[in-house]
Design a protein around this ligand. Structure first.
Ligand code: 1HN
Length: 350
């Protein structure tokens, strides 16, 4: 690499010049250049981190006593990355994870917002989300999508607490100055019909017939059942070669694109004893353990994980996932590949 020049610092400039620039809303770019663009390689400020569900759960349950739904709108504990400013409410620079709790009989009121959301159901039965009136039942492991600016509320008709992981892309929307929410009237009714994933999109490879050239809806399917995903992973593992990863992407059945425009969701099955080293790449990745136990290594950190635990891996991390149980280990991965690809930023390191 060519020799790197040491650039002038701001304090090497005369005070009157700096305050003159200030008054004109100007800044000498060369004093910030190295911070904005570290030489040779990115220097991620987000840190590798783990959240253990068993340790967090009591705090979430206590939130039900400390904050009524009317005072929270959504009762969510955010997973904040220790390397990032907490006010960003971000698990990684482009991804938010947080646990939401709803108690029997509660309703989280209808609203719509710019950021997209998806839920990964963690525990409990009887809760649902409605999206523009479509009722989506939430069973353990399901991924339920709430697209940008779609009305949605949550309810709970069962017994005991229901917990899900909220995944949002507000970390991308907020710095663009476009994030807002519209509070809605509590929906007094919704469709009791089965959702699109159980009807129009219930057969893989089959989509509703359309006029020639007509484009399907952007978010045709909003509930992806875990039992079907798991079944597909197991069936695939039976034909996959030993060195082939069993890894499937959630997609829009009309287009094959990611279910969220910004973030990719995918499900992995690690066979007993299996270890995979992932490509070092520019994407931000979060791993959610669905079943089984895994050792997740991110650079120098090693995290022993069980069901419902979460690990965040910053950009360019060296990552290995190892199944440490004698049964299959299932992991949902969320990453910002769709965003990075669209922006032209994605790269893999050799
Ligand atoms: C939100 O609106 C929801 O709609 C969940 O369920 C989590 C976290 C931060 C900001 C808004 C929801 C959220 C959120």
């Amino acid at each position: 690499m060519a020799e790197v020049a040491t650039l002038q610092r701001a304090d090497e400039l005369p005070l009157d010049y700096r305050s003159g620039l200030d008054a004109q809303n100007l800044l000498p770019a060369w004093t910030l250049l190295r911070a904005l663009m570290p030489v040779g390689a990115a220097a991620p400020v987000a840190q590798p981190a783990q959240w253990s569900y068993a340790k967090l759960r009591p705090y979430l349950m206590r939130a039900a006593e400390l904050v009524p739904m009317e005072k929270a709108e959504r009762r969510v504990l955010g997973y904040v990355n220790p390397g990032l400013d907490r006010a960003r409410l971000s698990t990684l620079p482009s991804i938010f994870f947080g646990l939401q709790l709803i108690m029997p009989g509660e309703r989280a009121p209808n609203h719509k917002h710019i950021p997209a959301a998806a839920r990964i159901i963690i525990e409990g039965e009887g809760a649902y989300t409605t999206v523009d009136g479509e009722k989506l039942h939430m069973e353990e492991g399901d991924v339920v999508l709430t697209p940008p600016l779609h009305w949605h509320d949550h309810g709970h008709e069962g017994k005991g607490p229901v917990v899900w992981m909220d995944v949002l892309d507000h970390p991308l929307a907020v710095p663009m100055d476009i994030s807002y929410v519209v509070p809605g009237k509590m929906a007094d009714g919704y469709n009791e019909q089965p959702d699109a994933g159980d009807t129009w999109y219930s057969c893989p490879g089959l989509v509703p017939y359309r006029a020639p050239g007509a484009r399907g809806p952007d978010y045709p399917m909003r509930r992806f059942r875990w039992q079907r995903v798991k079944q597909a992973l197991i069936a695939s593992s039976e034909v996959a070669s030993r060195d082939e990863s069993v890894h499937m992407r959630y997609c829009n059945p009309e287009t094959g694109e990611s279910i969220m425009k910004t973030l990719d969701f995918s499900a992995r099955m690690l066979r007993p004893g299996e270890s995979v080293a992932l490509k070092r790449a520019s994407i931000n990745r979060v791993f959610q353990i669905m079943e089984g136990n895994a050792d997740i290594r991110v650079n120098e950190a090693a995290y022993g994980c069980g069901k419902n635990d979460t690990v965040a891996a910053p950009t360019y991390s060296a990552i290995t996932l190892q199944n440490t149980s004698s049964s299959p280990c299932f992991i949902i991965q969320v990453d910002d590949l769709p965003t990075q690809t669209k922006l032209g930023f994605y790269e893999e390191l050799a």
